[in-house]
Design a protein around this ligand. Structure first.
Ligand code: NAD
Length: 266
């Protein structure tokens, strides 16, 4: 688990919503905030989120699963109705759900392209808008949006993903300006490479040559370029988010922070 010790009880009494929380980075984030005392609402379209919350509760964490597809406006509305019922407040919204498609341009369908934009960018607009009444009720709020190293530079064979991640950074800057008077801070986190199911899925799905690359070779090439010499652990990302959501970061808004072992230095 991420080092909640640094933030022990810091989030007690606060409510945190994490999307894409059934597995991977989102599960790590949800667990880290619960470990730091928060009531965490875990949102995911995968029903596996119920078991993940159950497992955490068995370990004494305050986790509640709310299954939902964050690209659906009605699902998103239902999530925040449920949050209002459960805790009656919202302090931190983490838009972490994301998907990737890796393919050559001529094999990328419009449906694939639109699906990536819908989950990675449009859903964060839907959740932020639906969360606003609850966020405004407190004396400050935080929105954290998952971007990526691909918000710094587009990688090969991922045009939709790169577009979605550059897009989320622009949207976050705009919202940071609009919501600053309400003391709602909006920032992005930009992981480099984290070995999660997102990559395993793509290895299975696109386990064939892409241009000159053998299956699985692309990700290894990207990892070889990381100055700190390893991919990120989920906890590396969770630790950044604990900080960005904490009272130690009250003067940080409108930023996209790299958490990538030095892959990008801009
Ligand atoms: P993952 O595939 O392991 O998990 C993503 C989760 O999002 C899954 O549980 C999935 O069910 C959920 N999800 C997808 N679409 C959804 C929808 N419409 N509604 C609700 N839930 C949905 O991915 P991950 O590696 O943990 O990535 C988490 C975030 O971090 C993503 O936004 C991703 O783009 C970003 N990111 C990941 C990496 C990496 O290397 N893994 C690098 C940079 C950024």
């Amino acid at each position: 688990m991420a080092d909640a010790g640094l933030f022990r009880d810091h989030f007690a009494g606060r409510t945190v919503v994490v999307t894409g929380a059934a597995r991977g980075i989102g599960l790590g984030i949800a667990t880290a905030f619960a470990g730091a005392g928060a009531d965490v609402i875990m949102v995911d379209r995968d029903d596996q989120v119920r078991q993940a919350a159950e497992d955490g509760r068995a370990a004494g964490l305050r986790l509640t699963a709310v299954p939902a597809d964050v690209t659906r406006e009605s699902d998103v509305a239902a999530v925040f109705d449920r949050v209002a019922e459960l805790t009656g407040r919202l302090d931190v919204l983490i838009n972490n759900a994301g998907v990737i498609t890796i393919n050559e341009l001529e094999h990328t369908s419009l449906d694939d392209f639109n699906r990536v934009l819908a989950v990675n960018t449009t859903a964060a607009f839907l959740t932020a808008r639906a969360a606003l009444p609850l966020l405004r009720q407190g004396d400050g709020g935080v929105i954290l949006n998952a971007a990526s190293g691909q918000a710094r530079q587009g990688f090969i064979y991922t045009p939709a993903y790169a577009a979605s991640k550059f897009g989320i950074v622009g949207m976050s800057q705009s919202l940071a300006k609009e919501l600053a008077p309400a003391n709602i801070r909006v920032n992005c986190y930009c992981p480099g490479i984290v070995r999660t199911e997102m990559w395993a899925y793509n290895d299975r799905e696109w386990g064939r040559r892409l241009g000159d690359y053998r299956p699985g070779e692309l990700i290894e090439e990207w990892i070889d370029d990381i100055p700190l010499g390893r991919p990120a652990e989920v906890d590396d990302v969770a630790n950044l988010l604990l900080f960005l959501a904490s009272d130690a970061a009250v003067y940080i808004t409108g930023q996209a922070i790299n958490i990538d072992g030095g892959m990008f230095m801009n």
